[in-house]
Design a protein around this ligand. Structure first.
Ligand SMILES: Cc1cc2nc3c(=O)[nH]c(=O)nc-3n(C[C@H](O)[C@H](O)[C@H](O)COP(=O)(O)OP(=O)(O)OC[C@H]3O[C@@H](n4cnc5c(N)ncnc54)[C@H](O)[C@@H]3O)c2cc1C
Length: 425
């Protein structure tokens, strides 16, 4: 049964853990206070606890309430903004991109094994070409990846081989990454939170941080409590709620939406996605989909360019799904939900420090299941004194949008419309 504290989604309805953590009352002390109970915050708290740090984790609502508990569940190699990283940092950037490409996967796999987290991890992810010219980019991309030594799990699928891979005529080919895959993100996030709690992390739900200070004696204030710590981490896509100047204008919120059908029969599944791949198309304003463990089609994408939540998500998303898979035209939609993606203008996740003991990690531009875990490790490394990869992220020049709170919605809506028109050309 869906916990009413979460939005109604397929994930909340199939959550396999109902642990509730208390709200913070009074003052607690810790080495590190992490704000945000999504993947960024939870993975940071767990990594630091594994390294012997005492940690308090504050979540405004429930663990996994934000994007981490609502997303497409696609665990995709690499991070967004790789081209910018290489362009700005040269060979050091190229090495960084290579070194971290599957680091998030390794962290997630390690935790699933170590802490026995049941989250339906399955392997196989595919990017499909929505335009003929996208196939040329994919061939070049796969060739580069093979040069990087990633060849083992990668295969190009030409257009004539597509029918054996996906039951749709919508694409011009694609490539499969067998090292990537898909999972139940809310169960992963909650499983990692429970693992962190088992190592002594003090988790507080329904405890939004309302103010904070770095400096000589860092503290974080909630409604009824206070955390005193040596280090503070703003862990995740928290959208500048603290008026921290350094973070203003860095991320823009964009809606993304998913529908989940009723469970398909085995025969239906075989006509749609016989290899159980997670799929994303090559448009910038893209469709993404996969089968859930109980064989529902989870079909996601953006359903308008106004950047406002549509009143009836299913009414907009269902025709998109049927356009790609006409064989699903009579299948019922049982869940429809949305969430917020944090878009960074240059697409590189924002990982940095506002003061010597005030860190942040956020802004994965819709590619955060693995990237949050990579960022959490990089920030944890820095807190523990190993700053090599963190320093590289701090060197990235980000574009900030002045007046983002006022004009951001319109800027993003225009940007999305521009990209949609470009996708269609
Ligand atoms: C619909 C959708 C589909 C997506 N699909 C994919 C996908 O298939 N693959 C992929 O890799 N990525 C995907 N993403 C992106 C991915 O989900 C995010 O990048 C990732 O979950 C971000 O995690 P986070 O911890 O940084 O942020 P969040 O998960 O949003 O967590 C932030 C948390 O902070 C809490 N919070 C906010 N303010 C405060 C405060 N003041 N005090 C305390 N807590 C606070 C929030 O309640 C929230 O729980 C998708 C995103 C969406 C929305």
């Amino acid at each position: 049964m869906t916990d009413p504290d979460y939005i109604r989604s397929y994930y909340a309805a199939t959550a396999n853990d109902q642990t509730r953590y208390p709200a913070l009352e009074g003052t607690v002390k810790a080495d590190v206070c992490v704000i945000g109970g999504g993947f960024s915050g939870v993975a940071t708290a767990l990594t630091l606890a594994e390294r012997g740090r005492s940690v308090v984790l504050l979540e405004a609502k429930r663990i996994g309430w934000g994007a981490s508990g609502r997303n497409g569940g696609q665990m995709i190699g690499g991070i967004s903004g790789e081209a910018t990283i290489k362009q700005q940092l040269g060979e050091a950037g190229a090495k960084l991109v290579r070194d971290i490409r599957y680091r998030g996967h390794e962290i997630i796999e390690g935790r699933i094994a170590k802490y026995g987290i049941a989250c339906d991890l399955k392997y196989g992810w595919m990017e499909v070409a929505a335009r003929p010219r996208h196939m040329n980019h994919m061939r070049d991309y796969v060739e580069d990846r093979i040069k990087d030594g990633d060849g083992g799990g990668l295969e190009i699928v030409e257009a004539d081989a597509m029918p054996s891979v996906l039951g749709t005529t919508s694409y011009y080919g694609g490539y499969i990454d067998r090292r990537s895959g898909h999972l139940h993100p809310l169960n992963l996030c909650r499983g990692e939170a429970n693992a962190a709690a088992s190592l002594g992390v003090k988790i507080f739900e329904n405890s939004p941080a309302i103010n904070l200070s770095g400096g000589a004696k860092p503290w974080v204030q909630t409604d009824r409590g206070r955390v005193e710590a040596q280090t503070i981490v703003i862990g995740g896509e928290i959208f500048n709620r603290f008026g921290q100047r350094g973070l203003k204008g860095l991320m823009l919120p964009a809606g993304s939406y998913i529908i989940a059908t009723e469970p398909l029969t085995g025969a239906e599944t075989a006509t749609v996605d016989p290899q159980n791949l997670a799929v994303a198309d090559s448009n910038i304003v893209l469709d993404y989909y996969r089968m859930s463990a109980d064989r529902r089609m989870l079909f996601g994408g953006r359903c308008n360019y106004t950047n406002r939540d549509p009143p009836d998500i299913a009414a907009v998303m269902r025709p998109r799904m049927v356009e790609v898979f006409p064989q699903l035209k009579d299948v019922r939609v049982e869940f429809a939900w949305g969430g917020t993606i944090a878009i960074v203008v240059n697409r590189v996740p924002a990982i940095g420090r506002l003061q010597p003991n005030l860190y942040y990690l956020q802004g994965y531009s819709g590619h955060g299941v693995n990237a949050t875990h990579i960022a959490a490790e990089i920030v944890s490394d820095a807190i523990c004194g190993q700053t090599e990869q963190f320093d590289l992220f701090e060197r990235i020049k980000h574009v900030r949008l002045p007046l983002s709170e006022v004009a951001g919605n319109y800027v993003l809506a225009l940007g999305m419309l521009y990209y949609r028109i470009r996708d269609l050309l």
